[in-house]
Write a new protein. Sequence first.
Length: 202
Amino acid sequence: MSWKNMSGNDSVKRKHRKRNLVLSVLLTVCLTITGDMPLLAAGSQPEDIVLPAEAYDREQSLETTLDEDIDGKGTAAVVTEEDGRVAWKFSVETADAYYIKVAYYTASGKSQQMERRLLIDGEEAVGTTLSFRRSYSGIGEDQYDLQGNQIRKEEKENECWQEVYLTDTNGYQEEAYTFELTAGEHTLVFDSLLDRMAIGSV
């Protein structure tokens, strides 16, 4: 996330900045995760704040478990069910604007995507549902009909790591969301709306 000094008493404001960023939330490429990945990727300041799965706040989280080997390679992830929530507490030294980047594992589920609501310091930080896509690949060789059109392959789900910046999945805004945060203690929460989700870090 990105945060900056603000006037007034509000500790959190969402800000849209003009940046040439890829719509990372649409990624379906599997990644190899080694160690902690940046949860809050700093914008104008070099400070990166990493919220690993192991550091989630158990008192504020619901229907949540820690899987210490989600991928069979010793990488941990905090898993929330469809009706759960996962929370982290963190501190910021200097007020600034941040992007939020999420590393998640596409464990098997019921739908093609997972949906979450983001809350920062108890307030809804984005006025829309956040969607996190699963990864699929085609099975078998390419086939064509009599007119030469390629026939869609049967797909299988890939259980793998993905890393995305939080963006507007409805397409109204192309840039990644940025957020402003004051110096001090804060809380970040993902409320579950659709399907289970495994987060490695934010």
